[in-house]
Design a protein around this ligand. Structure first.
Ligand SMILES: [Zn+2]
Ligand SMILES: [Zn+2]
Length: 472
């Protein structure tokens, strides 16, 4: 999981504030868009979304401190507008610096917490790793003991058989000393083993003088095989010569039933194994704050459209629709909680035809929006005799706005088919239209699609809208 420190996070935010200039979009649009950036930044700041506010201020700064100068019409911008923007820039620079300091403090604090949590996580992992290692070691020890018990039984059987072969009675107390008593093996002794260096196998298990033993010691005159070895194979090899001296070892089946073997098989049952499994400490994954989407900065914000907008618009467009003339409306909205809600439908002065409708008086429209603190979030128009789609003229219109506001939507109402579509340009469409220098109706590529249904639109059945007809 990626984790970034304060410096890297601020750098990433700065990168997301990048903006490009398209000289084919009227320069006025950039100035209007700049004002919308500031209005949106204020909303985010008031809601405590400092990141989103900071990015918008940075965008504004990038736009007017440098980028807008590359627009081919920059020299035509009125000096008063330039002066006003310079003043706003100064203020914006100081606000953004303040926000940057705040963010830096927050990020550093989060990074500090992350470092502490990371260290805890590391320690927990280390602890768990040690526990697993210890478990593995214990299992290996048990396996070795088990092997030894098997060998012990085998030795006993050999010895017992030799006693029988020699016509001697089997007296377990007289068995060779090098055959250890199974009672000496006490698995519980290892319950609390927690050292990496376990006591040497053999010595601790079989020769621990402090270990209680119910069995009598082997007679001192018996040969004392050096079983006390830290190496099992070495210990086993000590048994080998004795076994080799015994010819014709009978099969188990031929051993008289009277011979009571101490145990027919090593009783080493996993299920009865003392539960020495140490608890593995579980720790919930610590969410990485840097992986959280920086809301308002990345991704597409939703646009809520009141259902009433459509009926109100169709009603006002009816007289045009009846005579096969398109009608255009502009959608104003509010930004709150990182969502846009369409609140206003403005019917601007326009010139409509059967296949297009051109807005007249952009400036008047924007003045109203700025005065009412509304953000331009989309447009709506009728297709009296066609279905729902975006014509090349529609797409070029849409491009100019969508370039300023990624979430900008185009609503198309087909009167003929009684259908409504909520559309926007695809990434591919933005690229193709952005590079297209043709005007009026002209062909574009069809695949991949240049426009599509806008997935970020939500239709609300309750909300109402304010309708203003500027044609009157
Ligand atoms: Zn159209
Ligand atoms: Zn084109």
């Amino acid at each position: 999981m990626e984790h970034l420190d304060a410096k890297a996070r601020l750098k990433r935010l700065a990168e997301s504030a990048n903006i490009s200039i398209d000289s084919n979009i009227p320069i006025r649009r950039y100035y209007r868009s700049g004002n919308e950036m500031l209005r949106m930044a204020k909303v985010y700041a008031a809601e405590g979304n400092i990141e989103a506010a900071y990015v918008l201020y940075l965008k504004y700064i990038t736009l007017f401190l440098e980028k807008v100068k590359s627009h081919r019409d920059f020299s035509h911008v009125l000096p008063t507008e330039k002066k006003k923007t310079t003043e706003t820039l100064k203020l914006t620079l100081s606000i953004s610096e303040e926000l940057k300091n705040k963010l830096n403090w927050i990020y550093e604090e989060e990074h500090r917490v992350w470092l502490v949590e990371e260290e805890e996580r590391r320690q927990v992992e280390e602890h768990n790793r040690k526990l697993h290692e210890e478990e593995k070691r214990k299992r290996m020890l048990e396996d070795r003991l088990k092997a030894e018990m098997i060998e012990k039984d085998r030795q006993y059987a050999v010895w017992a058989q030799s006693q029988i072969d020699q016509g001697l009675e089997i007296d377990p107390s007289k068995q060779p000393a090098h055959i250890p008593d199974r009672q000496d093996y006490q698995p519980d002794k290892y319950k609390d083993v927690d050292e990496i260096s376990l006591p040497t196998y053999g010595q601790a298990v079989f020769n621990d003088p402090s270990a209680p033993s119910n069995e009598p010691s082997a007679p001192s005159n018996e040969p004392s095989a050096p079983l006390v070895s830290s190496d099992l194979s070495a210990a086993l090899s000590n048994f080998a010569p004795a076994a080799a001296t015994l010819p014709d070892i009978p099969s188990a089946a031929s051993i008289p039933a009277a011979i009571a073997f101490p145990t027919p098989a090593p009783r080493f049952d996993r299920s009865s194994k003392p539960t020495t499994t140490p608890p593995v400490v579980e720790r919930p994954a610590i969410p990485d704050r840097t992986s959280k989407p920086t809301f308002g900065v990345q991704g597409t914000r939703s646009v809520i459209v009141p259902e009433k907008l459509i009926s109100k618009f169709l009603a006002i467009a009816k007289s045009n629709s009846d005579r096969d003339v398109e009608t255009l409306g502009m959608l104003g909205g509010k930004l709150a909680q990182n969502k846009f809600t369409v609140t206003h439908l403005l019917i601007p002065k326009q010139s409509g035809k059967s296949d297009r409708c051109d807005l007249e008086g952009h400036e008047e429209l924007f003045d109203i929006y700025e005065k009412d603190d509304i953000i331009l979030v989309g447009w709506i128009h009728t297709h009296p005799a066609f279905d729902v789609f975006l014509s090349s003229v529609d797409m070029h219109n849409q491009y100019e706005y969508q370039n300023m506001l990624h979430e900008f939507i185009a609503i198309v109402c087909s009167i003929k088919f009684n259908e409504t579509g909520y559309l926007s340009l695809t990434d591919h469409g933005m690229k193709e239209i952005g590079e297209c220098r043709q005007e009026n109706f002209h062909p574009h590529s069809k695949e991949p699609p240049l426009f599509a249904s806008a997935g970020h639109v939500t239709v609300d059945k309750q909300l109402d809208i304010v309708l203003r007809d500027l044609r009157i």
